[in-house]
Design a protein around this ligand. Structure first.
Ligand SMILES: [Zn+2]
Length: 228
């Protein structure tokens, strides 16, 4: 989970709507016509990655797409339906909801797995400054609570991982493939420090406001090879 800092400039139509009361949050959100401006603001801030699982956000044929997600579900906190700091972009198009079974080819994760279940005391938000420190990435692609956490912190990490289904087969496999491929390159370059640091830079740098998928996993494995 990569830390998300919201842009300072709140999309104008969103800010205006946030000033008005919200009676039925689902209906009010459906009727809001300016979601594109919200997406256009958040996608660069997120470096084009899902705020929860960190896959690249891509729409179109063969891609799972993305949607605007309410961190605190709007059904629970209608007053935050149009609160910019409560919004982020999560993978999966709205309506593209499939089984969360670990056997499904594209198991659902992130905002659509979370839905309206939400314990604010346990959930780790991408907008929490220290969110990245809660998670660790195993060689087999699993995301786990970081070994340095206290028991209470670890239970928060566990809760968040399970609620977002971050260890579904699809995500675990994609992380595993990335780690394996990277480690093979690292092994080939071990006697060439300059090529190795070039590789690490390419893994972790952003291009055109975009990062590669699984940035915090890449950091855990490849940041050590960056030039000092
Ligand atoms: Zn995601």
């Amino acid at each position: 989970m990569k830390h998300l800092i919201h842009p300072v400039n709140i999309p104008r139509k969103l800010a205006l709507r946030h000033k008005k009361p919200v009676a039925n949050s689902t209906k009010a959100w459906e009727n809001f016509k300016y979601t594109k401006a919200v997406q256009d603001s958040l996608l660069p801030a997120q470096k084009n990655l899902c705020s929860y699982c960190e896959i690249e956000l891509v729409r179109g044929e063969g891609n799972i797409g993305y949607h605007i997600e309410h961190i605190e579900p709007k059904s629970m906190r209608p007053s935050r339906t149009f609160d910019f700091s409560n919004l982020l972009i999560s993978c999966f198009d709205s309506g593209y909801e499939i089984s969360s079974s670990t056997l499904a080819p594209n198991p659902i994760s992130c905002g659509h797995a979370k839905k309206s279940q939400f314990d604010p005391q346990l959930f780790i938000k991408p907008t929490d400054q220290n969110c990245e420190s809660y998670f660790h990435y195993e060689l087999d692609g699993r995301i786990t609570p970081h070994p340095n956490l206290t028991v209470n912190q670890a239970s928060k990490a566990e809760y968040t991982i399970n609620l977002l289904n971050l260890n579904c087969r699809r995500l675990k496999r994609a992380r595993y493939d990335m780690i394996l491929e990277g480690q093979e390159i690292v092994n080939d370059l071990l006697d060439n420090p300059s090529a190795l640091s070039d590789f690490a830079e390419l893994e972790l740098e952003e291009f055109n406001n975009k990062h590669q998928s699984f940035l915090t996993t890449r950091r855990q494995y490849f940041q050590v090879f960056l030039p000092i």
